[in-house]
Design a protein around this ligand. Structure first.
Ligand SMILES: [Zn+2]
Length: 490
């Protein structure tokens, strides 16, 4: 398929990777393939029970005294497909084709994220004898897309290098030099159910039509958060009618997504229903104006619910003090961008996403995901939520977390890459930090004094069936890496 292409080997390796199913938690076969390939090329290689692989390539003659470099990428890919495609990610190869400058799959994710890093490393193993280079370590990790389990489990003693190039970024000419850490927090309110007072009507209020997006990389776009919008509506209504009784308040589904829909079920005095409808309509008018740019489909609707369709507690109200506390907490809880970076103009430094609201018979809870590019800010944000929760009679439970990759003012690796880029292209590369998590944060926290830069070829729409990888960019980035290696280092 790639006959006669420049650096054909990289694309051949990439195709081979596509033939081996490698969704997250199913990296074993690809891990074994890469490991065996390294051995077949005569290198020392290691594997652990998480399927992480490390390969050591000795320095070219005369370059043994230079610092070692670690190249790193992840073995797993996100498995997404179009609804009308039949594809078994556990068995079927990813079918690839090219259109103009783009490599893409047929109705599925391509896995360029991060298969191209693995392809580069396989090509490096094969080509190392043709390139002058210092000693190299190639690290391929597992389960990056589902919590970075591989990087977390890695034995840091495997790694000797103190300069690391992560190949998991998606824009050529951009060097990423910092990333966010994250923490999940849950706030629980235990509750009891009571009976419905005489003369009350069950009402359902729903916020929908929002665009959502990634809770890190899209947070600066100020898109509507369905949980927050519904919380604002309920706060207004509750202050107007404190006799309102809440049954349930649910919204969002994923920690790392901005919630697009939320629904509340409440009981209100029947005599106030028309009034409530009018209030909801006015709220909807304001909503449409406020989010005209970011979420043109934003909508709030109200209807009378039918308690006969569900049994059990599904229509029993919470006791009234809980209703007030839940409404107040949601109204108070910060959401969205919390602070901006002082080193990088226009880049978000810390943010908070009220991701999931969930009601059970005896518990209401809210899951919040927090991110920050400065480690110390996360504990600040956690403390604030903890105090708010305690004031509202709730329990705050800290969930999983991963460390920030803090920006380093001094970075010899960044300077070297910058220099080679300028030499090759006559322009300056972009230096950026990301408001999202990368394995670099975990590796930086495990390996002392690790100097890290993340880069990669142009890729678009990753994690979706529209994912595509630029062919010419793959070729240029390879040339860049080879140039970089051939340059002598202090
Ligand atoms: Zn990736």
């Amino acid at each position: 398929m790639f006959e006669g292409w420049k650096y054909q080997k990289i694309f051949d390796h990439f195709q081979k990777i596509c033939e081996i199913p490698h969704g997250s938690y199913h990296e074993e076969a690809l891990s074994e393939y890469v490991y065996q390939f390294a051995l077949s090329q005569g290198y020392t290689a290691m594997r652990d029970t998480c399927h992480n692989v490390l390969v050591r390539i000795p320095a070219s003659e005369g370059r043994e005294q230079e610092p070692s470099y670690l190249f790193q990428g992840h073995l797993d890919m996100v498995c997404e497909k179009e609804a009308d495609i039949s594809h078994d990610f556990l068995k079927d190869p990813i079918k690839i084709h090219s259109e103009e400058d783009w490599l893409m799959a047929e109705g599925t994710t391509l896995g360029g994220d991060d298969g191209i890093a693995v392809a580069y490393m396989l090509a490096l193993m094969e080509e190392a004898s043709q390139i002058s280079h210092p000693s190299l370590e190639l690290l391929m990790t597992s389960a990056e897309e589902v919590g970075m389990d591989g990087a977390k489990a890695l034995d840091p003693l495997w790694i000797q290098a103190r300069r690391m190039i992560n190949l998991d970024s998606e824009k050529e000419g951009e060097f990423i030099v910092g990333g966010a850490g994250g923490m999940r927090v849950e706030v629980h309110h235990p509750l009891q159910r009571t009976s419905v007072p005489e003369g009350y009507l069950p009402v359902e209020v729903k916020v929908s039509g929002l665009r959502g997006g990634h809770s890190g990389e899209d947070i600066h776009k100020q898109r509507g958060n369905a949980n927050v919008i519904l919380g604002k509506y309920l706060f207004g209504w509750y202050n107007h009618c404190p006799d309102t009784l809440m049954v349930s308040l649910n919204g969002g589904s994923k920690d790392n997504a901005i919630p697009r829909e939320a629904t509340a079920r409440i009981w209100i005095p029947e005599s106030l229903y028309e009034h409530a409808q009018r209030g909801c309509w006015w709220f909807g008018e304001d909503l449409a104006k406020e989010y005209a740019e970011s979420d043109p489909g934003a909508l709030i609707t109200m209807r009378i619910a039918d308690p006969s369709v569900e049994s059990g507690w599904q229509y029993l109200p919470m006791n009234s003090d809980v209703t007030g506390e839940v409404v107040n907490f949601l109204h108070l809880c910060p959401n969205g961008v919390r602070s901006m970076s002082k080193d990088f103009g226009g880049i978000v430094e810390s943010s908070q996403n009220i991701a999931v609201l969930c009601t059970e018979e005896d518990d209401w809870y809210c899951r919040i995901s927090m991110r920050s590019n400065r480690s110390e800010l996360l504990s600040n944000m956690l403390n604030r939520i903890r105090i708010m929760a305690e004031m509202s009679g709730m329990n705050c439970i800290k969930g999983s977390e991963y460390p920030a990759w803090d920006y380093k003012k001094e970075s010899p690796l960044r300077d070297q890459l910058y220099h080679v880029f300028q030499q090759m292209y006559g322009t300056d590369p972009e230096i950026r930090i990301l408001h999202a998590g990368l394995e670099c944060g975990i590796l930086a926290s495990k390996i002392p004094n690790m100097d890290i830069v993340s880069m990669g070829p142009n890729m678009e729409n990753v994690h979706s069936p529209q994912e595509r990888l630029s062919i010419s960019s793959v070729q240029r980035v390879w040339e860049f890496l080879v140039h970089f290696l051939e340059e002598r280092k202090e």
